[in-house]
Design a binder for this molecule. Structure first.
Ligand code: NAP
Ligand code: ZN
Length: 349
């Protein structure tokens, strides 16, 4: 076993603090990665504080990992020592159900294994990227083709990038489509960049008047302050697709009414408490759909990384030292991050 320094929460109410974990020695199919950068996802906060009521402690969050390969098993074909590599939200799945066969491991019928917090249907804990290194089987390791100087901006693509890319592709964001992105946080700002790069007309919905200019800079064609009823009304029945990234319960009807006939709003935000149920009439009169989407499969994550490398897309980040993480969580709760905290893992001593 490899002794590895990490940062962990020991309970729902304790702040994250230094902690030592053990990683397995790399097996024949494993890749060992020295972690250089790890993005801070709102799911890390939900998990560290047991807001989804399923946290295994000690909890070492972090599933936006970029690093350097330092060891490979003898059957590993795609990675060599010294390569840059990424790890996202999953480190394993059953490999034989229909979803796994279709490259949609996140919907594995037997439950994928999270990079942290273990298998989704229960099992032994796993420890995430707030740590010095990680050992992952090759089939769950991503190739990173970005230049070294951009690696920190790549880390958030591993969750925020794929979680927005996958539904935008699935529901056909592209030229001629009017797409709404709700919430300009880590996921939302990637949603704006990606939908813009796919060629859609993008409308950003934000509760924060101070983010209007940023929204446009990031690629939104228009920005609507979602608390302003008059502005909201001007978008009624006008959007083909809405991607809702908000991490708190809110009124879904306000956004459903902006969809055209047959339009879809997909929820990726995962608040601890339920949203108030939308009114049926808002759905049935225009055959609107309310949907959900979970991260993305490994094949699609690689496709997204390659798309971002080709289009020069990275996350807008604020780099932080490891011991700033508890402050970062408080700031994330106040929507005070532009637009993703990324931990410089060299600061974990
Ligand atoms: P984040 O950076 O905190 O961004 C969330 C944004 O939502 C905020 O910046 C804010 O945007 C808006 N918001 C927050 N509180 C609000 C409120 N009370 N009312 C209205 N808007 C509010 O979080 P994130 O990392 O992007 O994650 C967002 C959510 O997605 C989390 O629940 C996370 O767990 C979930 N998630 C889901 C998946 C998946 O696979 N489905 C994957 C990753 C994360 P404005 O200031 O612009 O309003
Ligand atoms: Zn995440």
């Amino acid at each position: 076993m490899i002794k590895t320094k990490a940062y962990a929460a020991q309970s729902a109410s304790s702040p994250l603090a230094p902690h030592e974990i053990r990683r397995r020695e790399p097996g024949p199919e494993d890749v060992q990665i020295e972690i250089l950068y790890c993005g801070v996802c709102h799911s890390d906060l939900h998990t560290a504080r047991n807001e989804w009521k399923n946290t295994l402690y000690p909890s070492v969050p972090g599933h936006e990992i970029v690093g350097r390969v330092v060891a490979v098993g003898k059957e590993v074909k795609g990675f060599r020592i010294g390569d840059f590599a990424g790890v996202g939200c999953m480190v394993d799945s059953c490999g034989h159900c229909a979803s796994c066969h279709e490259g949609e491991e996140q919907y594995c019928a037997n439950g994928f294994t999270g990079t942290y917090n273990g298998p989704v249907f229960g099992g032994e804990n796993t420890y995430g990227g707030y740590s010095q290194s990680v050992v992952v089987k090759e089939s769950f390791v991503l190739r990173v083709r970005h230049e070294e100087k951009n690696l920190a901006r790549v880390a958030p693509l591993l969750c925020a990038g794929i979680t927005t890319y996958s539904p935008l592709r699935h529901w056909g964001a592209g030229p001629g489509k009017r797409v709404g992105i709700v919430g300009l946080g880590g996921l939302g700002h990637m949603g704006v960049k990606l939908a813009h790069a796919m060629g859609a007309h993008v409308v950003l919905f934000t509760t924060s008047p101070g983010k209007v200019e940023d929204g446009k800079r990031l690629g939104a064609d228009a920005v609507c302050i979602s608390k302003d009823e008059r502005q909201m009304a001007s978008y009624a029945n006008s959007l083909d697709f809405i991607l809702n990234t908000v991490a708190a319960p809110h009124d879904l009807d306000a956004f459903l009414s902006l969809l055209k006939r047959d339009g879809t709003m997909t929820l990726v935000g995962a608040p601890a408490e339920p949203h108030p149920s939308p009114t049926v009439f808002n759905l049935i009169f225009k055959r609107r759909q309310l949907a959900g989407s979970l991260i993305g499969g490994i094949r699609e994550t690689q496709e997204m990384l390659d798309f971002c490398a080709e289009h020069g897309i990275g996350s807008d980040i604020e780099m932080i030292p490891m011991d700033y993480i508890n402050t970062a969580y408080e700031r994330m709760l106040k929507s005070d991050v532009k637009y993703r905290f990324v931990i410089d893992m060299a600061t974990l001593k």
